[in-house]
Design a protein around this ligand. Structure first.
Ligand code: C2E
Ligand code: CA
Ligand code: CA
Length: 689
């Protein structure tokens, strides 16, 4: 047996040690063989015909070696050892080594092994045979030699010799794997020792039986083939079983189980290397989620979805290369373990290669499918020391990438919605929301102005939370945290209650305004929000037209089908819908047309830049045109100066919101502000670009 599969390439220093080891084993083998060769003639003199039969079987037997289950350091079992061990028993060390070397030459040629590897394998066997032959010397004379009569003691000595052979051989291979790939030798050894002991042990112990059979008649030798086939078959079945247990049936990639053991292996390798050279060693776990896969599956059927996954799997393997392991976690989630990296930027490079290869549309049945995906990266050991932690953190990063509309994100503890700081913040927010007398949570209102007339037509309600210890909490950050928790629901119910009650208060002061509230797309997964809105509107007798919901484009477009029912119900109730942060996600024309939308809000990043950046200005202009063509109202937010206002007005924008008019303010201040408000001077001459 010797190492079968080899993946990542070792660094130069370890390579030198490894080849030094290989050379040493070879030299030892050559020396002991050279010393024993003179005896060869003397031993083989007897029963030459049987010797040739056994030698023939040994060489032919290695034509189909079996790889044992053991992952990266799996071993190979060669049936030849049954015959060569019998030769050892009958004719001694030199005779066995000659035949074994011939068998290794045949199998190495067939398996296209490098020269050094073939030399190591031949030498490793020679050393094992040398050790076994020392044990055999304990018997008096040569009881197994042709004409000898082995007794009980001799058989026990033979079993001891076989055991020594196995131990020496196993140790030599384990040392080779350990030196080449690093990692704990104990782990390497443990991986398949039971299996190897059984298969190799059966082969070795068949040898004395073979000798006994020959004693009766050389014609019995071929009968040994049947048990050998059985051993071979058993080994193959075990290997196949192991392969199936670690393979994703659809894509033939590694599955979660295989990924788990690869991560454990790599962690052990890093620990071992760190212990040897005192440096930190890293590897990366990348988790990838395919964008819009659900559409393909829903619209084109599972069969097409499956083929898409297979193609993506193929592309991933091509993108990351042999040294990295690609696994499918299930659904449209994939993962990559990248062991051969030294820095985070290496991991980013791999993620970048994946993004590039995913950006090429997949053509299935003449249909061109745009896939793309979001990738999260977690590094060992900085972001986790075990599979579960690394997985969770890579997942958090991936989700973060998705939310931000980026292709790649590296795990950052701040982005972890489960970090202790976040959990305690969430608990505080929950406390504030469920305590009716708490004034920590409030809503500020920012006016929205109709551009043509300069009149205030509405307000947007914006969350403000004054934390008793941390002060004012950034709402954007807070929403990102809350969105993944049950607190979001409480917050949304609170917005609805507060804002509708506020509309009633303003009405009592003679003020009728439209208020926009922000909701998370998750709020729309159930119909609860519609019931609550309808209930509160009826309670305060506010017209549904006075309320509007804002949903961010990225979140809505990620899965519009899921919220369609709720959106249609809202539409029926008469509550309008606004697509917030427009331009930052990707909306298809189809969705813009099919969803019951009343307005789009151009993302403030474009508006803020439009005065100085002609690209931003072009984007704003085309959004206004597009929305106009679809019959949607366009609101520009982030209007900070008069120049921007004029540009927007000239471009035909309907409504503007921003610091140029007013910052978000408490509800009580709004009435006073409205009293002081004077519409800006209207545009009566053309504005130069
Ligand atoms: P958004 O919905 O895009 O809200 C507009 C943001 O732009 C507000 O930030 C507002 O203060 C800011 N803004 C308004 N005019 C200007 C301007 O002229 N210049 C600049 N630079 N910024 C301006 P804010 O209040 O920090 O809110 C941030 C985000 O938090 C909101 O973005 C919204 O996504 C979320 N959010 C706020 N309140 C709620 C809420 O009650 N529920 C939900 N689900 N999300 C909320
Ligand atoms: Ca908004
Ligand atoms: Ca916005």
């Amino acid at each position: 047996m010797y190492p079968a599969a080899m993946r990542n390439t070792p660094p130069p220093q370890r390579e030198r040690i490894f080849f030094g080891y290989v050379a040493t084993v070879c030299v030892v083998a050559v020396v002991i063989t050279a010393l024993a060769l003179p005896d060869l003639q003397h031993h083989i003199g007897r029963s030459m015909d049987v010797y040739w039969v056994l030698a023939g079987f040994a060489v032919i037997g290695d034509a189909r070696p079996v790889t044992t289950p053991g992952g990266r350091s799996s071993m190979m079992v060669f049936p030849s050892i049954c015959f060569t061990f019998a030769i050892l028993l009958m004719w001694g060390f030199a005779a066995a080594v000659v035949v074994q070397t011939a068998a290794v030459i045949v199998s190495s040629t067939q398996l296209r092994h490098r020269l050094w590897r073939a030399a190591f394998n031949a030498s490793q066997y020679a050393v094992s045979f040398g050790a076994a032959s020392l044990v055999l010397k304990m018997s008096s004379g040569q009881p197994f030699a042709p004409g000898g009569e082995p007794g009980w003691v001799d058989v026990i000595v033979a079993v001891a010799a076989a055991s020594v052979w196995f131990v020496v051989n196993y140790a030599l291979v384990t040392a080779a794997v350990g030196l080449r790939f690093g990692g704990s030798w104990w782990q390497i050894m443990r991986r398949s020792i039971a299996f190897d002991a059984l298969t190799t042990g059966s082969l070795l112990l068949l040898a004395p039986v073979l000798v006994g059979a020959e004693r009766a008649s050389a014609a019995l030798i071929p009968l040994i083939i049947v048990p050998l086939i059985a051993v071979n078959r058993m080994a193959r079945l075990a290997t196949e079983q192991d392969r199936v247990a670690k393979t994703d049936p659809l894509t033939a990639l590694a599955n979660r189980t295989a990924l788990m053991s690869e991560v454990a292996d790599q962690a052990a390798v890093c620990t071992q290397r760190a212990a040897t050279d005192g440096n930190d060693h890293h590897f990366a776990l990348l988790v990838l989620d395919i964008d819009r896969f659900k559409y393909v599956n829903d619209a084109l059927g599972h069969e097409v979805g499956d083929r898409l996954l297979v193609e993506i799997g193929r592309r991933l393997e091509r993108a990351v290369g042999d040294e990295n392991l690609v696994a499918r976690l299930g659904g449209d989630e994939f993962a990559v373990v990248a062991p051969a990296i030294e820095t985070l930027s290496d991991a980013r490079d791999i993620a970048g290669r994946i993004s590039v290869i995913l950006s090429v549309p997949v053509v299935l049945d003449g249909l061109s499918l745009d896939v793309g995906g979001s990738i999260g990266i977690a590094m060992y050991p900085a972001h986790g020391g075990d599979f579960a932690t690394l997985m969770r953190h890579a997942d958090v990063a991936m989700y973060d990438a998705k939310m931000r509309g980026d292709a790649v994100a590296v795990y950052a503890p701040e982005a972890d919605h489960n970090s202790p700081a976040r959990l305690s913040l969430l608990a505080d927010l929950r406390g504030a929301l469920v305590t009716p007398e708490s004034t920590e949570v409030a809503f500020y209102y920012q006016p929205q102005v109709e551009m043509a007339s300069g009149e205030v037509v509405g307000v947007e309600a914006l969350l403000r939370w004054h934390h008793p210890e941390h002060g004012l909490i950034d709402p954007e950050e807070l929403i990102r945290v809350a969105e993944h928790s049950g607190v979001m629901r409480l917050l949304t119910l609170r917005v609805i209650d507060d804002v509708i009650a506020q509309l009633a208060k303003w009405r009592a002061n003679g003020l009728t305004l439209r208020a926009s509230i922000n909701v998370s797309v998750r709020d729309l997964h159930t119909g609860e929000i519609v019931d609550r809105l309808a209930d509160r509107l009826a309670h305060h007798q506010i017209a549904p037209e006075q309320l509007q919901l804002e949903i961010t484009e990225g979140a809505l477009m990620a899965d519009p089908r899921r919220v369609l029912t709720t959106l249609q119900r809202l539409d029926k109730v008469g509550i309008a819908l606004s697509l917030d942060d427009f331009g930052t996600g990707y909306s298809s024309m189809q969705h813009l047309r099919r969803l019951p939308l009343a307005e789009v809000k151009i993302d403030r990043s474009f508006v803020l830049g439009m005065v100085n950046d002609s690209d931003d200005e072009a984007i704003v202009r085309s959004i206004i045109e597009l929305a106009g063509a679809l019959g949607l109202r366009v609101v520009a937010e982030g209007v900070e100066d008069d120049r921007t206002r004029r540009l927007l007005l000239a471009a035909g924008c309907h409504v503007a919101q921003g610091w140029f008019y007013a910052r978000p303010m408490p509800a009580d201040e709004l009435v006073g502000w409205l009293g002081r408000y004077r519409p800006p001077q209207q545009l009566d001459w053309p504005v130069a670009g």
